[in-house]
Design a protein around this ligand. Structure first.
Ligand code: SF4
Length: 430
């Protein structure tokens, strides 16, 4: 177990933050069992701040852990099976759609691929050397919600009568793909080649470092040539800007998924227990989502209203009327020394103001707001409608990509944002 500032957090790598120690728990594909979520919730109640934070890579963070509580938290996570390989503790980012197996638009249910990839990945110590931020994306060809660029990704596309997974490196299509039966082989081999080439070139093991080194990506592809077939096409603009909310029907199925609003990406231990209980009661499942939310999957259609009511009762509504739709904030001044403002408090006040102005209506589709405590902008997502960045003098505000000439107080920023939301949808507010 290590404690220090200079590494990415894991379970065995605690990072000190302003509010205490921070741990990050790997959840490949965001696929988490009810038992695992309950175990994390119990530990959070006992040793942390009673909150569970979902990251944009669909992993989990526990914050505000006291020094003396670190050992029991680590032991508890280990007992819950959440530390299957100490060596791979921080090498963990396997992304897939949180609607995998539920999305009528998908070509392939990627969950078995995610599980196989993780199993084989953990079995090979060579992958311990990957950069902690290295990420794999397996995309079944349906809706894709992650705004992050994966180092290596494979996306299912139709080619003639068959399906090929198109390979991209650092978000750039390689011009090649792999058959559905070799997806995991290709992922692992791609990671091996990235390691080999990056080590030879003495660059970080990240796709963007490969892309910046002439000929490096070609060398990776050369190592994969036995697996690859030509497959042209581009990945540009395929991510959905907005997270789904509410009851999502599955075509031709008697099951639905229920997607609640998760304010600022955090759920309480009590909310986690409730969601786990609902998933168990209805034999559904749970997925963490890269929009920093949760999906209750495979809920019988007839049970959906009851599930929605139970979630609403604990502060997890199924619509954007709470003002939190698209709203994202970094750790802020309670969790981060660098923060120049109470960004989470300001985010709550913004959500309240938006909710009042919405007067029972849903927030505008596509609406996104990022609030960051400093220029580093950890909470930043590409293409947000509004970006607020705290400075020494107040908030710098960017609306629809245009920077407002002068910085302003949090109250003025909130007023400007609410007014802009109203301007976008004048009929609803007339
Ligand atoms: S954006 Fe700045 S203040 Fe916010 S978490 Fe990142 S480093 Fe801290």
């Amino acid at each position: 177990m290590r404690v220090g500032d200079n590494f990415c957090p894991g379970i065995l790598h605690a990072v000190p933050a302003k509010d205490g120690l921070l741990l990050r728990i790997r959840v490949p594909g965001g696929l988490i069992s009810a038992e695992e979520l309950c175990a994390i919730a119990r530990l959070s109640s006992a040793y942390s701040d009673g909150q569970i934070e979902i990251t944009s890579r669909a992993n989990i963070q526990l914050r505000a852990i006291r020094d003396e509580a670190l050992s029991p938290v680590v032991q508890g996570l280990r007992t819950a099976g959440l530390l299957p390989s100490p060596g791979h503790d921080r090498v963990r980012n396997i992304m897939t759609s949180p609607l995998a197996g539920l999305d009528a638009e998908e070509l392939v249910d990627t969950r078995p691929l995610v599980r196989e990839l993780d199993e084989r990945f953990l079995a090979d110590p060579v992958f311990m050397d990957l950069h902690p931020k290295f990420s794999f994306g397996i995309d079944g060809g349906g809706r894709w919600f992650s705004r992050e660029t994966d180092d290596v990704s494979l996306r299912a596309v139709k080619v003639g009568d068959g399906i090929v997974f198109r390979l991209s490196i650092g978000g750039v299509s390689s011009g090649f793909g792999v058959g559905a039966d070799r997806v995991v082989d290709c992922m692992l081999e791609a990671a091996r080649m990235c390691l080999r080439v990056c080590k030879e070139l003495e660059i970080p093991v990240r796709a963007r470092a490969l892309l910046a080194s002439p000929g490096a990506v070609e060398r990776v592809l050369e190592g994969l040539s036995a697996l690859l077939v030509p497959c042209v096409g581009s990945e540009d603009g395929r991510a959905f800007l907005e997270a789904p909310l509410g009851v999502q029907a599955m075509a031709g199925s008697e099951f639905v998924s229920v997607v609640p609003s998760v304010p600022l990406g955090r759920i309480t231990a009590g909310q986690a227990h409730l969601m786990a209980g609902l998933a168990k009661e209805w034999s559904g499942d749970l997925r963490l989502a890269p929009w920093r939310g949760v999906v209750l999957g495979a809920i019988p259609r007839g049970a959906a209203d009851g599930v929605v009511s139970s979630l609403r009762a604990v502060g997890l509504p199924d619509d954007g009327r709470d003002g939190y739709r698209g709203l994202s904030a970094c750790a802020g001044n309670t969790g981060c020394e660098a923060s120049l403002a109470d960004v989470r408090g300001d985010a709550v006040r913004l959500a309240d103001s938006l909710a009042s102005s919405l007067a029972g209506r849903d927030a505008r589709p596509g609406w996104t707001v990022n609030i960051s405590g400093c220029e580093k902008q950890c909470a930043m997502r590409k293409g947000a409608t509004v970006e607020l960045v705290a400075t020494e003098l107040g908030y710098s505000v960017k609306i629809e990509g245009v920077t407002v000439p002068s910085v302003c107080s949090s109250n003025s920023a909130i007023e400007a944002i609410v007014a802009h939301h109203a301007r976008l949808d004048p009929e609803a507010y007339s």
